[in-house]
Design a protein around this ligand. Structure first.
Ligand SMILES: [Zn+2]
Length: 157
């Protein structure tokens, strides 16, 4: 695996680490993931704005940095699910597939003891993180406003 340094996601990775200390290594492909079940944060950069659809509703995502929290409990665990998102070439199955296909930078963080809702809550405690589209990726969740979070390091971003 080639080393990755100084990518567009560095500032976001640092901000996530501040909120969630036990972050571990940054995954760029499924090579570094194992097949255990767990939850994950998928970090994404959109270079240009994107229209996304939830059911019949269309929303416009501004360009910028995003975090999506999800869980991998099916066959193949984190390697299968997060690996799929990191490749960004899956068929449109989940809301997030609309974004990963257009992201020009992607990275993943894997967790064993925190749920995707724990992760969402921790990030949203910080004012640098906000919900861009209520309900995105959280159709099956009754506690989170969204499982997609936008990162804004400073207000003018
Ligand atoms: Zn949730």
């Amino acid at each position: 695996m080639k080393p990755v340094s100084g990518t567009a996601l560095d500032g976001l990775i640092e901000a996530v680490r501040t909120r969630v200390p036990d972050t571990g290594i940054v995954h760029r492909t499924d090579e570094t993931l194992d097949s255990d079940p767990g939850s994950y944060l998928l970090l994404l950069r959109l270079r240009s704005p994107l229209l996304v659809r939830i059911g019949k509703r269309e929303s416009r995502l501004p360009s910028g940095l995003y975090v999506y929290s999800g869980s991998a409990k099916g066959p193949g665990g984190l390697k299968a699910r997060l690996g799929r998102h990191l490749r960004g070439n899956g068929q449109l199955r989940w809301h997030i597939d609309q974004i990963t296909a257009h992201a020009d930078d992607r990275a993943g963080l894997a967790f064993r003891s925190l749920t995707e809702c724990d992760l969402t809550a921790r990030l949203l405690e910080c004012s640098s993180f906000c919900v861009p589209v209520p309900g995105f990726g959280s159709s099956d969740c009754s506690t989170c406003r969204s499982h997609l979070i936008r990162f804004q390091a400073s207000p003018e971003d």
